[in-house]
Design a binder for this molecule. Structure first.
Ligand SMILES: Nc1nc2c(ncn2[C@@H]2O[C@H](COP(=O)(O)OP(=O)(O)OP(=O)(O)O)[C@@H](O)[C@H]2O)c(=O)[nH]1
Length: 416
């Protein structure tokens, strides 16, 4: 049974959006949100930057490998060893690229990609420092550029989260420090110079990475609120539309809904060459009822009658609407005239059996209703008005015959 009210969905503002609004208002300098929001942010952040991270990781590894051409000139004896070391970086980058590529089908493997990028950075740093140590002394300066470029590249181009970047930068700084003091034999003042440059650059990339993540979090919150607002607006529009089709008193469809559905069902029945029945119900001597029991009781009586009709019209395709202030219309497709009449009778009898007191009723001392039923086959019938006029005529006939009964006709009986 279609009713309008039960289609209305309760729309509550998303709890996540509320937390997002609070976080946005706070403008905290901390790079964390409450747990549920943080989870959503991490997923969206990783997904957003996965493509660029994949591309830059691969480009970086290729650069490390290709720049190994130097090694043949700087350390011909160990060139193949160093190329092998450089190829290790490419392998780790490829693993990270693979993890990013399969993250939608294998989420567990996909979740490994930030760790693989960390591994790639630390391994590449170790390899580059080792190669710098074995390089000919006059080439130290050129080789020192490698770790610096790696630092810039991993912290600024690939958008790893600040927490991860911090770990990478600290580890890389220590590796640089130990390699500079123990492995790469540089004059003392050059070591200080190298470490000073490395430290300044580390601080710069950390600050930049921090700002990137803060901005990324702000954009995430704004997007989330925008999406939620859009969804709420959509839900409100649907709710308003549905309320505009509902009768306030009884909760069934109103006349507007009936008119829309009638033409819709008419065309559908026409297409599928099925019948369409309309039953019109009216409370007998309702004016007297109102006069004797008051309008509020009259309203309760209308509600009871609507509930009773609805409880008898159980098919999914049945549609009950308040047709006019004191009449109800039941539209029921694909039912034969005899069954439509039986349905009307069972509704009329059920209302009578409620024994709602109506002492001023001309015939009975309880509330009764009358019904007019019309069944048509729209593919044989040119005019939709015949359905309404037929049901209305039969309703008046039932009233004339004393009420508490159903009068029904169909095109078959009418000789069409
Ligand atoms: N309580 C109440 N009464 C209503 C409402 N809408 C219409 N009515 C009353 O319904 C009565 C009209 O009912 P009708 O069915 O036309 O007339 P009737 O008195 O029932 O006469 P018959 O139909 O011939 O039996 C009027 O008294 C209206 O005031 C409503 O929303 N609430």
């Amino acid at each position: 049974m279609q009713t309008v009210r039960n289609q209305i969905t309760e729309s509550r503002p998303s709890a996540l959006a509320e937390v997002a609004a609070q976080a946005l208002a706070k403008q905290s300098s901390r790079l964390s949100f409450p747990a549920e929001l943080e989870q959503a942010f991490l997923i969206s952040h990783d997904a957003r930057h996965a493509r660029t991270n994949r591309m830059f990781a691969l480009l970086g590894a290729l650069f490390i490998l290709i720049s190994g051409v130097n090694d043949f000139w700087a350390m011909p004896d160990q060139a193949w060893l160093t190329i092998l070391l450089r190829a290790g970086a490419l392998l780790l980058a490829l693993l990270a690229v693979l993890a990013i590529g399969v993250r939608t089908i294998l989420p567990r493997m996909g979740a490994l990609y930030p760790s693989l990028l960390v591994l790639f950075s630390l391994y590449s740093q170790a390899a580059l420092l080792f190669i710098t140590g074995v390089a000919a002394e006059q080439l130290h300066f050129t080789y020192q550029l490698g770790p610096l470029l790696l630092l810039l590249f991993i912290c600024l181009l690939t958008r790893l989260r600040f927490q991860i970047t911090l770990i990478i930068v600290i580890c890389m700084w220590y590796m640089q420090y130990f390699a500079t003091s123990l492995w790469i034999r540089l004059p003392a003042e050059q070591s200080v110079y190298v470490m000073a440059v490395y430290t300044v650059l580390s601080i710069i990339v950390l600050l930049a990475n921090y700002r990137f993540e803060r901005e990324s979090r702000r954009v995430f919150l704004q997007d989330l609120l925008l999406v939620t607002e859009r969804e709420e607006l959509k839900a409100a529009r649907v709710q308003i539309e549905q309320l505009s089709l509902t009768d306030d008193l009884t909760g069934v469809g109103n006349r507007r809904h009936f008119d829309r559905q009638l033409s819709h069902e008419w065309l559908r029945a026409k297409r599928s060459r099925q019948s369409l029945s309309l039953l019109l119900f009216d409370i007998d001597a309702f004016t007297h009822y109102n006069e004797q029991y008051g309008r509020a009781s009259g309203d309760r009586c209308l509600l009871k009658v609507a509930e009773t009709i609805q409880s008898r019209a159980r098919r999914q395709s049945d549609l009950l609407c308040r047709y006019s202030s004191e009449q109800f219309a039941l539209l029921t497709p694909d039912i034969n005239p005899a069954d439509a009449l039986l349905l009307g009778k069972s509704i009329v009898d059920t209302v009578a059996s409620l024994s709602l007191p109506h002492e001023d009723a001309p015939k009975h001392s309880h509330v009764t209703i009358s019904a007019g039923c019309m069944t048509l086959w729209p593919h044989k019938q040119p005019d939709i008005k015949d359905l309404i006029q037929g049901a209305d005529r039969n309703l008046r006939e039932a009233k004339r015959a004393g009420g508490n009964q159903v009068e029904a006709t169909s095109t078959v009986e009418a000789g069409h």
